[in-house]
Design a protein around this ligand. Structure first.
Ligand SMILES: [Zn+2]
Length: 497
């Protein structure tokens, strides 16, 4: 009897050569074909069970006698050899008969493929799934062992699987370290295609409880931030956050403008002598008569502004805490409110990006962190690709898609990622370090992109911002474009149309 213990998954990226990739691809394809064969056989056996006398008799039994009824169903299944165990035996025979499958897969992996197919059929049999699906090429992306003793095994610093040895990329992430210090029950290999490239990950099924992250603790890692007019991208070692920047503040702004216009009308009505016939204010000293209505409107406006400032402070504070949870060593572009206003109008100042930046600086430095605010002129991160290619992007281009290397990434997230690799002394980007870090980080960046795209729609605040219609952003166009905030130095960029 197998004792069930709680388990959790630790995922670690693996290094693969092109030769490794070819071997893994062949093994995955063998497993896929085997899966489909077992699925087909299992479906047939289930049908035989259902057509059988024993099954029909079991159906008619009194449902109050649960135990007897279940035993009768069990007998019907056994008669047609429909069980996990029987399908494992079938899978093994099929693999041996094909020679090629057997040469690619070990006994444990074969058994697990069979179990996976059996479970899919069971879900259908119990009405939890409408039908079973045969896996097309590309739809079958994982393989797993049964124990960590045979077949696919974790060695402590990588995966071994009959002649194949893959080393793992291990970071100092506490989540990973916790997993590595736990007992490994078995290993699953997962293939992922990111940016048209194939990566393999080891998922260690570990015994015990997953790592509990201490709450509100300040991380020790480096965090890159890309602060835009409506979105902010925050990239730490373990996590990428791509979210809206204070867009909730948009709606009171309309009310304020309405009140301002009302105040203006009231002032004109109360002080006709202070205005020229063309509507402009007369020069020279004058007395302003403030009516009670005017004072009331002004008070209303003041109250909205006070509320908004409090709201803004809380939104900023939340973002600051989220950022510091990832790390206290902050790297970000010095933002220019003037450049924001040039693109989006004066009203954008109400978001107070500079107060956000000073808040994060204050809190990070209090916690013993460092803050680097580098100049956008030197780095031009929004135009830089990981491959070194510099390419000017238009405002509407929300996704960085390099014409040289093909890299695809949401532009704010890419900028935030690159910020992490800006040298504090020279204030220039170390592209080599950025490249080295990419493989371990890409999944987290893509996750951040995906999560940001799934956020509920909110109001846009920058009227000139184009609504994005690229890549994942199509899911919801709520994360409105960030305006280009840095002036472009012509000799640094190469325009590609
Ligand atoms: Zn590139």
């Amino acid at each position: 009897m197998v004792v069930k213990t709680s388990s959790f998954v630790t995922e670690i990226p693996l290094r693969t050569t092109s030769k490794d990739l070819a071997v893994l691809a062949a093994r995955l394809e063998s497993a896929r074909q085997l899966y489909n064969a077992v699925l087909s056989e299992g479906k047939n056996r289930l049908q035989l069970v259902r057509d059988s006398e024993l099954y029909q008799q079991a159906r008619l039994m009194n449902k109050n006698d649960k135990k007897a009824k279940s035993t009768a169903f069990q007998k019907a299944r056994e008669a047609k050899r429909f069980s996990d165990y029987d399908l494992q035996a079938f899978a093994n025979k099929t693999a041996i008969a094909s020679v090629w499958i057997k040469s690619n897969l070990d006994a444990q992996t074969i058994q697990k493929v069979a179990t996976r197919a059996f479970k899919a059929i069971e879900r259908m049999a119990f009405g939890k799934a409408k039908k079973v699906r045969f896996k097309q090429k590309g739809q079958f992306a994982s393989l797993e062992g049964k124990t960590n003793k045979q077949g696919i095994r974790w060695t402590g610093n990588g995966v071994e699987w009959s002649k194949l040895k893959l080393s793992a990329i291990i970071t100092n992430d506490p989540v990973i370290l916790h997993g590595l210090s736990s007992k490994v029950k078995y290993v699953r290999l997962v293939r992922r295609i990111l940016n048209q490239k194939t990566y393999w990950f080891a998922q260690l099924i570990c015994e015990g409880e997953p790592y509990q992250k201490p709450k509100n603790i300040i991380g020790d890692c480096t965090v890159g931030i890309d602060l835009g007019v409506s979105t902010v991208a925050i990239v730490g070692d373990e996590k990428t956050i791509w979210t809206t920047f204070a867009v909730e503040l948009a709606s009171p702004q309309k009310k304020i403008r309405k009140l301002q216009r009302q105040m203006d009308r009231q002032r004109r009505a109360n002080n006709p002598d202070n205005f020229n016939p063309n509507g402009t204010v007369k020069k020279g000293s004058k007395r302003w008569n403030k009516s009670n209505h005017y004072k009331k409107t002004a008070a209303k406006k003041g109250e909205i502004e006070r509320k908004q400032a409090a709201h803004r402070k809380s939104l900023h504070g939340k973002l600051v805490n989220q950022t510091l949870a990832l790390g206290k060593h902050i790297k970000t572009e010095k933002i220019s409110v003037k450049a924001w206003q040039k693109n989006c109008g004066k009203s954008i100042g109400f978001k107070s990006p500079s107060s956000f930046q000073s808040e994060i600086k204050r809190k990070a430095e209090n916690a013993g962190g460092t803050v680097l605010m580098f100049s956008t002129h030197k780095t031009a991160l929004s135009q830089t690709c990981l491959c070194g290619n510099k390419q000017k992007k238009s405002l509407s281009q929300r996704v960085h898609h390099c014409s040289v290397c093909g890299l695809k990434m949401q532009r704010d997230i890419l900028s935030a990622y690159l910020s992490r690799y800006v040298d504090p002394k020279t204030e220039t980007l170390s592209i080599q370090l950025a490249r080295n870090g990419w493989l371990g980080m890409e999944k987290s960046l893509l996750d951040g992109w995906q999560n940001g795209s799934n956020q509920p729609a909110r109001t846009a605040t920058c009227s000139k911002s184009p609504v994005s219609n690229n890549g994942l952003e199509r899911v919801s166009s709520n994360l409105i474009a960030r305006e280009e905030s840095e002036p472009v130095r012509v000799n640094e960029t190469r325009s590609v149309s």
